[in-house]
Ligand binder design. Structure first.
Ligand code: PAF
Length: 289
């Protein structure tokens, strides 16, 4: 049987802060799991990890317009708030912070937080101009609003994770960033709220993304980095993807495309489209065991 806890709901910064201040005055550790909502098992894994690391868990749900470009799916992005609340209750979350747009970005809001350098201009940054500014701005606000001891992010958005780590380092924000491995379905498809857009036929194609990337990663791990990257796009198109934004083998931290300095960890990262749905995924390039 699923035991449900009383998950509070805060729609204003004042209400969220009041709860967090109370917990912190009792020396309880507070974790934040920022999300766009439409919660699934990937979010559940973040929450479970947060519960092991902290006394209290806050989940934010905010579909952040600043990280969606023109023509992207901001309007269509699923917003199933009552199902989300059920999942949060069943997962033992203490507080849902779900601010309306005008609370997050009141009239006259004029500040952008921007992480500079190749980390934000390559790969996702090149294909979604302004996306990482939107992420850095909203995540900075959430960190200031909630003042958590730790915040958790999934490895599925690998480049986003590196951007957030850089932001926290550069601004010396007083919190710890924890990461949780990508949660996949039985066929290896990375869970994503956007998978809900796929028809059954498209889902079958989507499930090939992880296989192609694992194949690329294993070829690269055997030393043929350039050859592995060279074939990757055509492998994805042969698998049924309509277009490929990028498949890259890059420094896992700086996102600089390979070849990179000796001894640096590499990561295979890709974004590809089926119909109107854009999927991303990534895998480490690990030396063969
Ligand atoms: O990864 C996401 O869900 C979003 O980019 C985040 C970190 C919640 C910021 O809106």
């Amino acid at each position: 049987m699923i035991s449900k806890v009383a998950t509070g709901v805060a729609r204003t910064v004042g209400a969220a802060r009041a709860r967090v201040t109370e917990w912190r005055s009792e020396r309880q550790r507070v974790a934040l799991v920022p999300t766009l909502g439409a919660l699934h098992d990937g979010h559940r894994a973040l929450i479970e990890h947060a519960r092991r690391q902290a006394d209290r868990v806050v989940v934010s749900v905010f579909v952040n317009p600043k990280q969606f470009g023109p023509g992207e799916d901001f309007g269509a992005y699923p917003r199933p708030e009552s199902e989300d609340l059920d999942l949060l209750r069943a997962s033992g979350v203490d507080l849902l912070f779900a601010p309306p747009l005008e609370v997050m970005y009141p009239d006259g809001f004029a500040t952008t937080v921007s992480v500079g350098g190749p980390l934000t201009t390559t790969l996702e940054g090149a294909h979604r101009p302004g996306h990482f500014d939107g992420v850095a701005t909203v995540v900075s606000k959430l960190f200031i609003q909630i003042a958590p001891d730790l915040a958790l992010f999934g490895e599925k958005d690998w480049q986003q994770l590196q951007v957030i780590k850089q932001l926290v380092r550069d601004l010396e924000l007083p919190l710890e960033i924890l990461t949780v491995p990508t949660v996949r379905d039985g066929e290896g498809l990375a869970l994503s709220s956007r998978n809900a857009y796929l028809t059954p036929e498209q889902l079958a194609i989507a499930r090939k993304l992880n296989r192609v990337l694992q194949d690329v990663a294993s070829k690269a791990a055997k030393g043929d980095v350039l050859g592995a990257r060279g074939n990757a796009s055509s492998q994805l198109r042969e698998a049924g993807f309509d277009s490929v934004d990028y498949v890259e083998i890059a420094d896992a931290e700086t996102m600089q495309p390979a070849p990179v300095a000796e001894g640096r960890a590499l990561r295979v990262l890709a974004a590809a489209r089926i119909g109107g749905t854009r999927l991303i995924d990534n895998f480490p390039v690990e030396p063969p065991t």
